[in-house]
Design a protein around this ligand. Sequence first.
Ligand code: C5P
Length: 236
Amino acid sequence: MNPILVALDVPSAREALALADVLRGTVGGYKVGSQLFTAEGPDIVRALTMRGDRVFLDLKFHDIPNTVAGAITSASTLGAWMMNVHAAGGPAMMAAAKTAADTAAAGGYTRPIVIGVTVLTSMDAATLRAIGVDKSPLEQVVSLARMAQDAGLDGVVASPLETAAIRAACGPDFLIVTPGIRGGAAGDAKNDQSRTMTPDEAMRAGASYLVVGRPITGAAAPREAAQQITTAATSR
Ligand code: C5P
């Protein structure tokens, strides 16, 4: 399938649906994050899924296992295709998330993809030390990715520069969802992203899906930008 997931980082359903309408057919799905979800609620997910779109609900659940399981159940019944939890919530929390996804599937819903967030890319070694983690960011990312895999999650979110190490550690079937796509077909504007790769570099490093926001949503011609990025990502 088309590996491009477009981050709908806009404040209203009106803007999100207008973008989705323009891009439909050129990308693999849409990411709804905390800004849009907090403004518009579950209706924005329903509106997209009713149009046949795949929705990655990026709410990064992080709570006790029972509460995270409930959130995964709610997101599954809403029709979200992919959703995520913080791997730092630990093995029991991730296992509860996986069980909730399996249970939703047994209840007739499409089995959602559940992935883990390892280390936020805004955190560096000093930030990790400040919260009591002495490992390097890359070591911590790989360690949490292994933990997510052992707990039964389907994959992780990872920065482009972490993707190859996770692919090596977790094997070919583990999903890696990679943001931070810039350069090449994604254009030269870095915005606030620093550790980036082009779409084709990220796919070669082992990414399964690429999350792309402003190189598409901020382009003068978003549909054409999406087509170029998809072509670059898939012509290996
Ligand atoms: O506009 P841009 O392509 O930078 O959007 C990237 C998307 O991926 C944003 O929604 C951002 O929050 C998300 N993201 C990221 N880096 C991470 C995790 C998520 O850029 N490590």
